[in-house]
Design a protein around this ligand. Structure first.
Ligand code: SF4
Length: 462
């Protein structure tokens, strides 16, 4: 086990917030779960009297939440740490998250003074505060710690952090062990957050002003399986449906084997759950799925997506797809393309397979070169753009209810551009005067033009 005694940490010239507000800046690398954790940490630092500033502003403390899901996640994490050191060589640079858990030395070499493992993340604000105030050194990195009793970071604050859609972490870790994935080794086994705690946090977020919460985790579909009772993702959604003032509940990624018919029927009947599923596919070929350790076939995946499209009209359905997994020949990739073409998916997130130390896939033969991966990724990205555009065109001439997320005021006219999101994940842009609509309000917009990245329309009178 490698501990990092605080005596060996650089950058302790910073004053504590008892005398003057210490400025703290954040950089998130990676997934929506990391994004949630950064928001929670920002909230925690603000509540301790720290001032949150942009990364470029020359902060006293930098917190980088790192990612290791691919080789570029590793590289981006190291780059973010080096960038922080460049902005202020005197700052305390804190690295946490999955890459910090997996390769603490890589981040220390990049310039991180403090490396906080995933299992100690819930104490990060205290740890940094004690470091700055010169309290007793503590071990902040324990790679052997496993989160059976993980504590979840909380968000208490209002959407002053610049987002109207709040993220709410309901689960961490994963029991699946897909052969390409390092996440179970850095996040541990699946741990769910108690149902009443999730509901309470949702209530607090509503009180703070959020209208929408997005439920996030590493494997949200397995929510409740580590409890003795009847809790499941479905019972959690049913409980959240009863939170007064909560207008929208959005589900982040759910694995295909966990999108049950009951969950789809709940979505069809719910007035709050967003018509939006993100269901990782990875490959449309059964042999490759088996090599990946995925526990479904292409036909089972297709049945889930087709059931959603039948029962929930105009539902956005996204998928993660991986290209260039070891053994993926032309025919296997062709099967993936064919499946995606015929399914009512509305967008894709495309990844190239990346070799990860410590994964079972490392032992598989028939590795694909970058030269094979790149054109496959490009083909899928084009297919994704076509699907997204076709989905957006469906709404031409009709009206979408959106939650306004941002207003860009214009000095040249009384009208500025406003941006909002529909429940079915369509980004909507429209012109509106300041008197007409504010951020964090709902509005109806009639759609007149569609591009693959957004649609444009006119605000309807309320
Ligand atoms: S389901 Fe598979 S890909 Fe997703 S976190 Fe778990 S092991 Fe990784």
């Amino acid at each position: 086990m490698s501990d990092y005694p605080l005596a060996a940490i650089s950058g302790d010239s910073t004053s504590a917030p008892d005398t003057a507000p210490t400025r703290v800046a954040f950089q998130n690398v990676g997934c929506k779960l990391n994004q949630y954790e950064v928001e929670a940490l920002q909230d925690g630092f603000q509540r301790r009297g720290y001032e949150v500033v942009p990364f470029e502003a020359g902060a006293d403390v930098y917190v980088v939440n790192t990612c290791t899901v691919t080789g570029s996640g590793d590289a981006d994490s190291r780059r973010a740490v080096r960038r922080a050191v460049r902005f202020n060589p005197e700052a305390t640079v804190v690295a946490t998250g999955c890459y910090a858990q997996r390769r603490p030395d890589g981040l220390r070499e990049a310039g991180a003074g403090l490396v906080v493992g995933n299992q100690q993340k819930a104490d990060l604000v205290d740890t940094v505060h004690r470091h700055l105030t010169g309290s007793t050194p503590v071990a902040v990195f324990d790679p052997s710690a496993r989160p059976r009793a993980a504590r979840f970071l909380e968000i208490h604050g209002a959407p002053s952090l610049g987002r109207t859609r709040g993220t709410l972490k309901i689960q961490d870790g994963c029991d699946e062990h897909c052969t390409y994935c390092v996440i179970p080794s850095v996040r541990g086994v699946s741990v769910s957050r108690p149902l009443d705690e999730v509901v309470q946090q949702a209530r607090r977020m509503v009180e703070a002003g959020y209208r929408e919460v997005a439920l996030t985790g590493v494997h949200t579909g397995s929510y409740g399986r580590d409890f003795d009772g009847e809790e499941s993702l479905l019972t959690l959604l049913q409980a959240l449906e009863g939170v007064d003032g909560l207008s929208r509940i959005r589900l982040n990624s759910v694995e295909p084997g966990f999108v049950t018919d009951a969950l789809i029927r709940h979505l069809a009947d719910s007035s709050k759950l967003c018509r939006h599923f993100h269901i990782p596919l990875q490959s449309g070929d059964d042999r490759i799925l088996r090599r990946m350790g995925r526990r479904y076939t292409a036909a089972e995946y297709a049945r889930v997506v087709e059931t959603i499209a039948d029962l929930v009209p105009d539902c956005a359905i996204g998928a993660d797809v991986m290209v260039g997994f070891p053994g993926e020949g032309r025919q296997h990739f062709g099967n993936t393309l064919d499946l995606i073409r015929r399914l009512p998916l509305t967008y894709l997130h495309v990844f190239s397979y990346s070799l990860r130390d410590g994964t079972a896939a490392l032992r598989l033969g028939d590795r694909q070169t970058r030269a094979t991966q790149r054109p496959r990724a490009r083909q899928l990205i084009r297919l994704s753009e076509d699907k997204r555009l076709a989905f957006h065109r469906r709404f031409l001439g009709s009206s979408l209810r959106i939650l306004v997320e941002e207003r860009c005021s214009s000095s040249a006219s009384a009208f500025g551009l406003a941006v909002g999101m529909s429940d079915n994940y369509v980004k909507v842009l429209f012109a509106a005067g300041e008197q007409e609509i504010a951020e964090n309000q709902f509005a109806f917009v009639r759609i007149g033009r569609a591009r693959q990245d957004a649609v444009f329309g006119e605000l309807e009178p309320s």
